[in-house]
Design a protein around this ligand. Structure first.
Ligand code: BTN
Length: 268
C-alpha cells in the first residue's frame, strides 16, 4: 500500500518571506522528523554548516533537555528548532549566552501577542507559573572561535499528562491564545528577536541585556532556595544574574554566585 507522509508543518520558503531583510542571515531546513534538531545540527556544524543554519522539526525521536532529560516534541503541540551561530574569540565571551537567548525568546513571544512571559534562571520560559519552553545551548570550540547550537522547544498545546513530576507543570500557548499564533509568523518573530539579541550580545555580552532579563525574571528580588541534586543547597534573596550569567544570591554569608549547573530554584 502506498504510504503517505504528512507534509512538514514549516515551509522554508514561507518562513524566508516572513523574515524579510533578515532572510539572508538564515539557511532554513524543515523536517517532519529527526532524532534531535540540536544533535543533527551539531553534526552539520562539524561538516562546516554556516552561521544562521536553522533546523526545524515537527517531531524529535530523541530530543534532549537540560541535565540529561529528554524533550518530547509532537507535530501539533510543539515548535521545535535549533539555530547554529558562530562567534569569534574564547569561550569566556559566551558567558550568559543561554540567558540572552531566553530574553530573545521572551521578546519574540511578546511581540507575537503573548502576555506575561517570564524567565527563570538559567533559561526556562514560563507562562502563568508553568513551563512554556526550554532552551539548550551546546557549545563547541572550533579553530576560529566558538560555535553555539541553540535549541529551543516551545509548547503550543499541552503535552499529554505523564507520570513525571515537574518543578513547574507544563504550560502552553493554547491556554492563553485562541487562535494560536500562526507557526511561521511566530517562528519568524522569534528568529528576528534572536538575531537582534545575538548581535547585541556579540558586541556587549550579557551585560547589555541584563536589565531586561532581570525585568522578566520571575524570582527577581524574592527569597529562593537553591536545590542541588534535590537537596537544599543555599537559600537567600535572589539578586538576579551577574554579567556572566551567574545567579546572585544574598545569603547570611554575603553575596554568593551560582554558576549554571545542577540547581533549581524554588520559592523559599
Ligand atoms: C530544557 O530542558 O528545558 C531544555 C529543552 C530544550 C529542547 C530543545 S527542542 C529543540 C532542541 N533539540 C533538542 O534535542 N533539544 C532542544
Amino acid at each position: 500500500m502506498e504510504q503517505t507522509t504528512a507534509p512538514c508543518r514549516i515551509d522554508p520558503l514561507r518562513l524566508r518571506s516572513l523574515l524579510g531583510p533578515l532572510a539572508d542571515r538564515f539557511s532554513i531546513e524543515a523536517l517532519p522528523e529527526c532524532i534531535s534538531t540540536s544533535t543533527q545540527l551539531l553534526e552539520r556544524a562539524g561538516q562546516g554548516a554556516p552561521a544562521g543554519s536553522l533546523l526545524v522539526a515537527d517531531r524529535q525521536t530523541a530530543g534532549r533537555g537540560r541535565r540529561g532529560r529528554s524533550w518530547l516534541s509532537t507535530p501539533d503541540a510543539s515548535l521545535t528548532f535549533s539555530l547554529l551561530w558562530r562567534f569569534e574569540g574564547p569561550m569566556a565571551r559566551l558567558a550568559g549566552l543561554s540567558l540572552a537567548v531566553g530574553l530573545a525568546v521572551a521578546r519574540g513571544l511578546e511581540n507575537s501577542g503573548v502576555p506575561g512571559v517570564g524567565l527563570k534562571w538559567p533559561n526556562d520560559i514560563l507562562l502563568e507559573g508553568g513551563k512554556l519552553g526550554g532552551i539548550l545551548v551546546d557549545l563547541e570550540t572550533v579553530p576560529d572561535g566558538m560555535l553555539a547550537v541553540i535549541g529551543i522547544g516551545l509548547n503550543l498545546r499541552l503535552p499529554p499528562a505523564g507520570e513525571e513530576e515537574f518543578l513547574h507543570p507544563p504550560a502552553a500557548l493554547a491556554q492563553l491564545l485562541s487562535p494560536l499564533p500562526e507557526r511561521h509568523e511566530l517562528l519568524a518573530q522569534i528568529l528576528t528577536d534572536l538575531a537582534a539579541v545575538l548581535d547585541r550580545f556579540y558586541e556587549g555580552g550579557f551585560a547589555v541585556l541584563r536589565g531586561d532579563w532581570q525585568a522578566h525574571h520571575v524570582w527577581q528580588d524574592r527569597q529562593v532556595r537553591l536545590l542541588d541534586g534535590g537537596a537544599v543547597d543555599r537559600q537567600g534573596l535572589c539578586l538576579g544574574a551577574d554579567i556572566d550569567g551567574a545567579l546572585l544570591l544574598q545569603t547570611s554569608a554575603g553575596i554568593e554566585r551560582c554558576l549554571s549547573g545542577d540547581v533549581s530554584l524554588r520559592s523559599a
